[in-house]
Design a protein around this ligand. Structure first.
Ligand SMILES: *Cc1c(COP(=O)(O)O)cnc(C)c1O
Length: 414
């Protein structure tokens, strides 16, 4: 038996969270439940589950015990009231938008966004939702963009690839004062480095694919309601979801209209992979952040490097904000090579570091940003976002630090 009275730190809590519920045969991992449907001996009980009067499972698209165990883990990590998991991080973001917004509503977000999220906002504007993308490192720019129809502000903690950091706490204050839903994508920091609830976030996004999974072998995403937003003031909640306590109105609508109706369900197998990864999140991230700091400092002092963008460097524009709010400065940085070095030749000389588009993997991955993930954006937008042709994004892994330093040294010398 677990003793709920014992104090629990972050890693202890994740490791033992499955055992907080009755777990079959005393298994230490929540088992894989592969059944799509659930049978009830008493048909009245089935009806009660459908009507939300009893907790239970009906059909795998809406929920599954294995996925629910992962939801409980993520919810504990983010100190939320409820969490819903999805098949990918993008599915989580898309579900939040489609469940909560209507034509005529307005959203404010950042100019410096994960590329696919930026593309999704383009789709939303085609559906009649107003979208303003502003410099979210400055709360004044966010405030100027608000209109009476603004329902939601969406920001990321650390932007990819240039590592700009949103004015997280001030935007939180602004949203609270105006009754606007504040959505924070915590993927780049993860709940180990930062809890968006501490700056007033209403909803927290995690692409579990990245640091929380860590192994790079499963896609998943989550949305956590922190309980800070008063859903009684939100105009788009359907009456049928107002039967429970108001703190659950938003997440219920997200589970029904976002997950059930759009169907981007996380499979139990993938939920299990992510849950195993989550156990070591804190250990991995501490090492990844220390490796990133060492590499960023090395490159910043190197004659063949023109610029390094990493919140852990004193010259970073939001270094003080990062120091104040985050446990560490993250495991991702970007740098520009001196003009006479071809970025493809440089990447090909790296022996350990892999040319790959993922981030948050245990392995160190590097990508020439302008030629890949921001190619579709076009030269003009890249210039506006400060993405130089030679910019290389590095997602730092858990390798031995000296091996990484040696790999960059030989590739720069070559
Ligand atoms: C990767 C990523 C996503 C999307 O997650 P997927 O699981 O790949 O769909 C969303 N936001 C950020 C900041 C990301 O890095």
């Amino acid at each position: 038996m677990t003793n709920a009275k014992l104090p629990r730190g972050f890693t202890t809590a994740i490791l033992h969270s499955d055992r907080d519920a009755a777990i079959e045969h005393g298994a230490l991992h929540k088992p894989l439940h592969l059944s799509v449907a659930y049978g009830y001996r008493d048909a009245r009980e089935l009806a009660a589950v459908f009507q939300g009067k009893t907790q239970g499972y009906v059909y795998g698209r809406q929920g599954n015990p294995t996925t629910a165990a992962l939801e409980a883990k993520v919810n504990a990590m983010e100190e939320g009231v409820a969490t819903v998991c999805f098949g990918t991080g993008m599915a989580a973001i898309g579900a939040a938008m489609l469940a909560l917004l209507k034509a005529g509503d307005h959203v404010v977000s950042s100019q410096f966004l994960f590329g696919n999220t930026n593309s999704l906002f383009g789709t939303l504007s085609g559906l009649g939702i107003g979208v303003a993308l502003v410099d979210a490192t400055d709360v004044g720019e966010v405030e100027k963009a608000l209109t009476p129809a603004t329902r939601l502000v969406f920001v990321e903690t650390i932007a990819n690839p240039r590592t700009q950091i949103a004015d997280l706490a001030r935007i939180g204050d602004l949203c609270r004062a105006r009754g606007i839903v504040y959505v924070v994508d915590n993927t780049m920091t993860s709940p180990w480095l930062f809890r968006p609830k501490s700056v007033g976030a209403s909803l927290v996004v995690n692409a579990l694919t990245k640091y929380i999974g860590g192994h790079g072998n499963a896609l998943a995403g989550s949305l956590t309601d922190t309980g800070l937003y008063d859903w009684t003031g939100y105009p788009n909640i359907a009456d049928s979801y107002k039967t429970q306590k108001p703190a659950l109105w938003g997440i219920t609508q997200i589970r029904k209209k976002g997950l059930r109706d759009w169907g981007a369900t996380l499979t139990p197998e993938q939920a299990h992979h992510i849950a195993v990864g989550a156990e070591t999140l804190a250990l991995r991230m501490d090492r990844q952040c220390a490796n990133a700091q060492a590499l960023a400092e090395y490159l910043a002092a190197h004659a063949k490097v023109r610029a390094v963008h990493y919140p852990g460097l004193a010259a970073h524009p939001q270094h003080a904000l990062a120091r104040e709010r985050f446990r560490a400065y993250g495991a991702l940085f970007a740098f520009e090579l001196a003009p006479d070095i071809d970025c493809f030749d440089f990447l090909n000389r790296l022996g350990i570091v892999v040319s790959s588009s993922n981030l948050g993997d245990n392995r160190t991955l590097a990508i020439p940003v302008a030629h890949t993930i921001f190619w579709e954006a076009g030269a003009e937008r890249r210039a506006a976002m400060g993405i130089a042709d030679s910019l290389i994004r590095v997602s730092v892994g858990i390798e031995d630090r000296d091996d990484l330093l040696a790999d960059f040294a030989q590739a720069l010398a070559g």
